[in-house]
Design a protein around this ligand. Sequence first.
Ligand code: GLN
Length: 540
Amino acid sequence: MTKHIFVTGGVVSSLGKGLTASSLGRLLKMRGLRVTMQKLDPYINVDPGTMNPYEHGEVFVTDDGGETDLDLGHYERFIDENLSQSSNATTGSIYQSVLAAERRGDYLGKTVQVIPHITDEIKRRIKRISTDDVDVVITEVGGTVGDIEILPFLESIRQFRKDAGRDNVCYIHVTLVPFIGPAGEQKTKPTQHSVTELRSRGIQPDVIVCRSEAPLSVELKRKISNLCDVDDRAVVNAADVGNIYELPLILHDEGLDEVVLDVLGMETPDIQTSAWDALVSKVEAATEPVRIGLIGKYVQLPDAYLSVVESLKHAGFHHGARVEIDWIQAEDVVGLLAEDRLAELDGLVIPGGFGARGFEGKIEAARYARESGLPCLGLCLGLHAMTVEFARNVVGLTEANSTEFDPTTRHPVIDLMHDQREVTDKGGTMRLGAYYAVLSPDTKVAEAYGEPVVSERHRHRFEFNPNYKSRLEEHGFVCSGISPDRRLVEFIELADHPFWVATQAHPEFKSRPDRPHPLFRDLIAAALVNARSHNANARV
Ligand code: GLN
C-alpha cells in the first residue's frame, strides 16, 4: 500500500513549503524508500504555461512536455527523480477534465458539483501517481489555508485519509512563526489560527513545520504542541538557512522523517546521509568567487530564472566556486557596454524568454562575448540571439532576425519550423519536452557531455533556420548538435572562442546539486579562468 503525505501551508505564502516537501522526499529516499511528488495548484489556469513569469516565476518543463510549477524543479533536484506532467494539477485542469466528462455524458444526467465530482477528480489525480513502484507519494497543496480556492483540495485530502486508511496518510502543515521586533518575541498566534482554520476543514495536522528567522526555543515548541494538539516532537523547526541544500539535514536533526514514519507506521533501514553530507560540505567549500552576468527580461524576479540560477550554483559547487549573479536587464546592455561594465564579468548566460523586449540587448551581449572572448552560454532564446548576432555581424546579413520579432525580415535565420501559424490556442502549442540530439565529434558540446547522443527538454516555437546553415558555417559557426532526423539545429558554438555555446533546449531543468549539467559546468570552468585573473588584478 502506497503511503501519502500531504503538505499544506498557512499564515503567508512563499513559506518554502516546496523546499520542505522536497527535503522530506530526500530524507525518505535516504532511508531506501521509493518516493514521488506532486503539486496541486488552486489557480484556474490549466497550467502555468501561459502565465507571465512575473506572476508565477519559472515554468518548469518535464521530460514528457508538461509545463509545470517551479516547485517541481525543487522536487527533481532534491529527490533526483524525473517527474511527469501528472505531478502537477491545477484547478483549471481538474475542471477541464470534469467538464469534458460532463459533455460526454459520463455523469448520466446527474447534477455536477464541487463535491463529489471535483473532489473525486482531485483524488483521482492523487491516486494516479501512486503506482506499484512507489512507497510514498508527497503531495503539496499550493496556496494558503484560508484561501477560497483551496477548499476543494482540503476537502479531497481530508476524504483521502478516510479512503486510504488512517495509517496510510500523514498531514504536515507548514507555518510561519514571525519575530515581532517591538515585543522582541517570536509569536505563535498565527500558527494557532492557521491550524484552527485547517481543523475547521476537518484536518488535524500530524506534524507542524514552523518556519522562522531564528531557531525556536524548546518552550515555544512545547507551547505550539499544546495549543495545536500535536506531539512535542511533531513540532519541527525550519529556521532560515543560507543554503537550501542544508535543509534535509536540518529537518532530519529536528526529527521530521522519524515522526512522519511513525505516523505512517513504517519501518525503514537506518538513514544514509553520507552522500548528502558530502554535498553540503562541498557547498560550504565553494568559496572562490566567479561573476556571471544573467542577461534577462524578468530580472526583478529571480524566481523567473530559478533553474538557471540553481544550475549555475551546482556548477560552482563542482568547481569549488561561489557563483555571484549579476542580474542585467537586457534593455540596459547597450548603456552598460558604453560604461564597459560587462568587462567586470567572468561569464555570461543569455537565458530563454518570450517577446521582443530586450532581444536587441541580448544580441549586443552576445556580440560583446564573442568579440571579447567572454564565456557565454545561450539557452533557447539565447541561441536565437547568438545566431542573429553572428549572421548580422560576422556574415554581414545586417537585417537578420527571428521571425518572432520581425515576421517579414529578409533574413529569417530563426523561424517557425513546424507550422503553427494557424494555431490560436496559446496553451501547449510549442515544441515541448525531451528531444534527442546527435552531437558532432570534437566539439565543445560533445566534449562536455562525453556522449554522442543526448536528450534535453524543450519549450519554444522558433528554431534555427537550416537554410542558413552552410552560409553561417562558412564563417566559422559550428552547428555542433542536430536532431536525429537532421532537420533541426540543437547546439551551436564557435571553435575559436573559449566558450561561446548555445542550445535550443533548456538544460537547466536537468542539473542536480551533486551532478551539475555539463554545459553549465564547462561555462563555469571557462569563467573561472577570467575570475582568477580578475581576482589577482584586484589584489595588486
Ligand atoms: N520565444 C522563443 C520561442 O518561442 C524562445 C522560447 C524560450 O526561450 N523558451 O521560440
